[in-house]
Design a protein around this ligand. Structure first.
Ligand SMILES: [Zn+2]
Length: 204
């Protein structure tokens, strides 16, 4: 039970160390429907890293977070197709591995293509990235997905420390740009919104 609470507070909320994952990016499919494979895949990945006390993973994740989130947003349709190609009980692990691989590759300075995402998802040879564009040529689906992601992220702020998206409703930290101990004031122009993790773990 304690572990579950520790994990939940690492994923969302205002607690110390919270990554404040934006649900539209990590938990929702292209048409705005909650994806249990994405949700549980994200939870499982961070849970494993916490249990391993793998601090360097969280440092790496934060360093590449903006790039990772861009990949997740741009490739929502492809990722949904990838998950559908797997039988349902494998999907959680597939999404977990996909996230883990993208973080590792980005932190090694590698670019990631759609073909890489297919390889990470163990669908090499079974799915080619061109398939997705043609299968999603139904304009309505594409419009729906663009509408969802545009609406979800339209007013979303990004964290000035990692440039990842902020879930302002659930998970922010008020960071003094100039530290209080160095004479910074609490006035609005010295305060910025950040992820709790970024404020507490990266900046300190
Ligand atoms: Zn951040």
């Amino acid at each position: 039970m304690k572990k579950t609470i520790a994990l939940a507070s690492r994923i969302t909320g205002n607690d110390r160390g919270s990554l404040g994952l934006h649900p539209a990016i990590y938990f929702y499919g292209p048409t705005g429907r909650h994806s249990s494979a994405m949700f549980l895949g994200s939870i499982t990945l961070f849970s494993e890293k916490l249990v391993q006390n793998n601090k360097s993973f969280f440092t790496k994740f934060t360093a590449v977070r903006a790039g990772l989130e861009e990949i997740l947003v741009i490739n929502k349709d492809l990722i949904a197709t990838i998950l559908q190609k797997h039988i349902s009980h494998k999907r959680v692990n597939i999404f977990k591995e996909l996230l883990d691989n993208v973080v590792t590759h980005l932190s090694e300075g590698k670019e990631i293509t759609q073909d890489d995402l297919i390889v990470f998802s163990q669908l090499d040879g079974k799915l080619i990235s061109g398939d997705v564009q043609s299968s999603s040529s139904k304009i309505t689906d594409e419009q729906k997905s663009k509408l969802f992601i545009n609406v979800a992220l339209k007013n979303a702020l990004t964290c000035p420390i990692c440039n990842g998206y902020l879930d302002v409703d659930k998970s922010v930290s008020y960071d003094h740009i100039e530290r209080v101990r160095e004479g910074g004031s609490g006035s609005a122009n010295n305060v910025q919104l950040t992820h709790p993790y970024c404020n507490q773990s990266i900046k300190q």
